[in-house]
Design a protein around this ligand. Structure first.
Ligand SMILES: NC(=O)c1ccc[n+]([C@@H]2O[C@H](COP(=O)([O-])OP(=O)(O)OC[C@H]3O[C@@H](n4cnc5c(N)ncnc54)[C@H](OP(=O)(O)O)[C@@H]3O)[C@@H](O)[C@H]2O)c1
Length: 340
């Protein structure tokens, strides 16, 4: 089936040295199927999407990508071209997020990927390939955060929930999903000019990121949040912990502000609060598939298109740099087929 495909397009990052310093340059290049790593499933990618980790990989972050040249893209969705696994057949609609895709395995910023069968999730009926990638890793992560909050007793009746990084990928989908489930969502953002957009996707009110990032000497602040989803870490997370209501929970999934925070035990031992860690990368494939099925059924979001804007491979350098600077709004959908 693929024998006639000699070449395909991929967005490759190359390391160069400029004035003694390494520089990372992305360009669209031709690659051959035989250049791809070994794996049971060859997938023709229709869409990928941009996540914070892709910006790190594209800018030479060795904690994400050890060796260059490299094709980033931690998300990919499309159709199966060949499979040596009985689990998949030619033409199946599938997606891959996380594991090593786009980190040290050639990723979704390309017309083809080849991966182990146990990284691949069938796209459930009710979800298109396009919508699966508007969600992508950001959506999966938002879904996992919401699932953890619900499992820990956070409910719409218990009061306001807070979402940080509101205009970002995880934040936007978390807001839409929580609003769909009936929660009163407060969106914490550094982009106050995006208030009407945030309200249009489900936020009940907006709070300035600066206000929530002020250092405080008080381990316990006035109780406000019944739950929270935090992509920031650092002082912001610390302030959320100290303002959680009795028995409240925060799902912690990111570090855009800082990977470290210095917390007091008081909110934990006096208010019985919970700090819940969320990982979407190495989570079992069964758990990933379960979240995707939810997005195809009871978590089906009708406003996904409102949260996304589409780009082609030629737009990647600018879009990745905007994302890394924290200036992106919503989800960036990469239409891979525009490359040819
Ligand atoms: N645990 C996991 O499995 C997992 C999965 C996906 C993502 N993540 C992590 O989650 C985080 C967000 O990912 P994303 O894909 O949503 O990124 P994104 O689309 O770039 O969104 C990040 C948002 O954070 C806010 N922000 C930027 N700088 C900030 C700062 N200094 N302090 C506080 N907020 C700031 C901005 O929103 P506002 O301007 O609206 O505040 C920005 O749009 C990243 O750290 C990423 O690595 C983790």
């Amino acid at each position: 089936m693929v024998r006639h495909i000699d070449k395909f397009k991929a967005f490759r990052i190359t390391e160069r040295t400029l004035g003694g310093k390494p520089e990372y340059v992305g360009e669209i290049v031709d690659r051959a199927i035989s250049d791809l790593p070994a794996g049971e499933v060859l997938i023709k990618v229709h869409y990928s999407s941009l996540n914070y980790k892709d910006a790190l990989s594209a800018s030479g972050n060795r904690g994400v990508t050890r060796q260059y040249p490299h094709t980033p893209g931690i998300d990919a969705a499309g159709e199966v071209m060949t499979s040596s696994s009985a689990k998949f057949r030619l033409g199946d609609s599938v997606l891959v997020t996380g594991f090593d895709l786009g980190m040290n395995t050639d990723g979704g910023f390309a017309e083809f990927i080849r991966v182990p069968a146990d990284w691949v999730v069938p796209i459930p009926v009710g979800l298109s390939i396009r919508h699966a990638m508007i969600l992508g890793t950001a959506g999966l992560t938002a879904g996992l955060c919401v699932e953890k909050l619900l499992l820990n007793g956070v409910s719409a009746e218990r009061g306001e929930v807070l979402v940080t990084g509101a205009t970002g990928g995880v934040g936007a989908i978390a807001i839409a999903l929580l609003a769909k489930l009936g929660f009163t969502v407060v969106a914490c953002t550094g982009k106050l000019e995006q208030e009407s957009y945030l309200r249009s996707i489900g936020a009940a009110s907006i709070i300035d990121r600066q206000t929530l990032s002020e250092p405080s000497s008080r381990a316990l602040q006035k109780e406000r949040w019944s739950g929270a989803i935090d992509v920031a870490g650092g002082q912001l997370l610390l302030n959320i912990l100290s303002a959680l209501r009795y028995g409240g929970s925060v799902a912690c999934c990111g570090l855009v502000a800082s990977p470290v925070f210095e917390a007091s035990v008081f909110p934990f031992i006096l208010r019985g609060i919970n700090l819940l860690g969320v990982d979407s990368v190495n989570l079992s494939i069964e758990h990933k598939a379960r979240i995707w099925r939810k997005f195809a059924t009871e978590w089906n979001l009708s406003n996904l298109e409102k949260m996304a804007h589409e780009i082609g491979m030629q737009d990647l350098p600018e879009a990745l740099s905007t994302l890394q600077m924290g200036r992106s709004v919503g989800r960036v959908l990469l239409n891979v087929s525009q490359a040819s």
